[in-house]
Design a binder for this molecule. Structure first.
Ligand SMILES: Nc1ncnc2c1ncn2[C@@H]1O[C@H](COP(=O)(O)OP(=O)(O)OP(=O)(O)O)[C@@H](O)[C@H]1O
Ligand SMILES: [Mg+2]
Length: 438
């Protein structure tokens, strides 16, 4: 065990590196960098191996990032420890990296690693009081191209928490969709087949689009919206463009795919001669089974007009759930008002009263009323009270800084026409009975 020598890494040494890796793991020294990263650095960055004859008995792999170099892997076979192999490997890899103008060389090693002599022997200082944090970025670099092509994006992480109220709907979506998709292995152990496609239906402005985005945000999956109206302009026609789009989506690792106003491309197939959209509906009916076969994705379709949908479209096996998203109840309206009223004034406003006066309002209606109250109050404070000329002075600004009052909100509420009529609401309740499936 004395005839070992150090040389540059060759591709043929990969098996040896893998063997070292396995040896570390079998000694419970969980390496910090994944084997794929180590292999990538062997090929693209700097790597040296210690060999005894033809056998790889140690390796050091480094990566330069601007001025700082990182040792991403250092290992020797156990029977080669205490022979100075580690120190020699570090020296060699540092030599290879030095020409890149590094001013610091760092290494992160498992806490359980006992053989720190190699680092100390090469003049590395052990830093105290450091903690290691790691977060896996949900979309991998190689996917970004495909995602950009589709107009998809990763949404902000807080959309789910920002959905005010709607506790029942949130809990339902959390249990039926998020749980089995986010905990796929656990779901599998329980024999739960994760959902692949759902329909959200309900009157306008109740939050269907908001929920679709919130689900993507909650799962940390990219959000891809498919716009049939844009695809219609494609030279290969809507059906062809739809097929093409779903083929591209198949290349993504994960995605929440959203089709809004799906009734426009999946309405009742009827009439003579058949409408030109019939081909599109048929195409969509073919696309969904293929989509369902791939894990890691969820199709969310939204509609205001569920009874217009083709009956074959909604049947079991195509969509796992057909979920109503209705008008907000008291509690949800309260949560929304709390969200929309600026926090410095919210305590001075009679929120209870606003909640009572906005029965039958959709979230979109409440948001509209809140915004117009703010705008009216601002205008009133600045213009009507004749203070415009002096608005720049500190005392005038202070006098203005009252924000909207309960009355401002009540005025805005009485001027807001609700979107959802009693009739539409009645139809919705009937649709829940006839078509809802949760
Ligand atoms: N739970 C909620 N909390 C706060 N704001 C909400 C909530 N739900 C919806 N909104 C707001 O209400 C507006 C309408 O919501 P959204 O667009 O999601 O409704 P929709 O059901 O998709 O409407 P449409 O049927 O017209 O497509 C949006 O501006 C959204 O931000
Ligand atoms: Mg919408």
């Amino acid at each position: 065990m004395t005839n070992w020598r150090i040389r540059d890494f060759y591709s043929a040494d990969l098996d040896g590196i893998l063997h070292l890796w396995e040896t570390l793991k079998s000694h419970n020294l969980e390496p910090v960098y994944a084997i794929s990263e180590v292999v990538a650095s062997c090929e693209k960055d700097h790597a040296v191996v210690a060999v005894q004859g033809e056998q790889v008995v140690g390796a050091a792999v480094g990566r330069a990032a601007h001025d700082q170099g990182w040792i991403v892997f250092l290992a020797t076979l156990p029977e080669y420890s205490d022979l100075g192999v580690g120190t020699a490997l570090l020296a060699a890899v540092e030599n290879r990296m030095a020409p890149h103008g590094l001013n610091k060389l760092s290494a992160l090693i498992p806490e359980s690693e006992t053989r720190v002599e190699a680092f100390l022997g090469r003049g590395f200082a052990l830093k105290q009081n450091l903690r290691y944090f790691e977060r896996t970025i949900p979309v991998q670099r190689q996917e970004l191209g495909a995602l950009g092509q589709l107009g998809g994006r990763v949404l902000a992480r807080d959309l789910w928490d920002n959905v005010a109220g709607m506790r029942k709907e949130k809990e339902l979506l959390e249990r039926r969709l998020v749980l089995p998709l986010a905990e796929a292995d656990l779901a599998d152990e329980f024999g739960v087949v994760p959902p692949r496609a759902v329909v959200l239906f309900g009157p306008p402005g109740t939050g269907k689009t908001t929920f679709a985005k919130a689900i993507a945000s909650r799962l940390e999956w990219p959000f891809v919206e498919v716009f049939p109206s844009r695809l219609a302009a494609d030279p290969q026609g809507l059906a062809g463009a739809l097929r093409e789009t779903f083929l591209e989506i198949a290349d993504l690792e994960h995605a929440v795919v959203f089709i809004d106003e799906v009734e426009e491309i999946a309405s009742q197939r009827s009439g003579e001669p058949p409408s030109p959209l019939q081909g599109v509906t048929n195409e969509l009916l073919k696309i969904i089974p293929a989509f369902r076969e791939q894990p890691g994705r969820l199709l969310v379709c939204a509609t205001n007009f569920i009874r217009a949908l083709d009956t074959a479209f909604l049947r079991h096996g195509r969509f796992d759930y057909v979920i109503p998203i209705g008008l907000p109840d008291r509690q949800a309206r309260e949560a929304m008002w709390q969200r929309f009223i600026p926090s410095p004034v919210v305590d001075a406003v009679n929120v209870e009263l606003l909640v009572a006066r906005t029965e039958g309002f959709s979230p979109a209606d409440i948001e509209y009323a809140a915004r117009s109250a703010s705008q009216q109050a601002l205008e009133k404070a600045v213009y009507d009270d004749g203070r415009l000329a002096s608005v720049g002075t500190a005392s005038a600004r202070e006098a203005l800084r009252k924000g909207p009052s309960t009355q401002d909100y009540l005025d805005a509420i009485s001027e807001t026409r609700t979107t959802v009529s009693a009739e539409v609401q009645q139809d919705f309740l009937e649709d829940i009975d006839a078509l809802g499936r949760v």
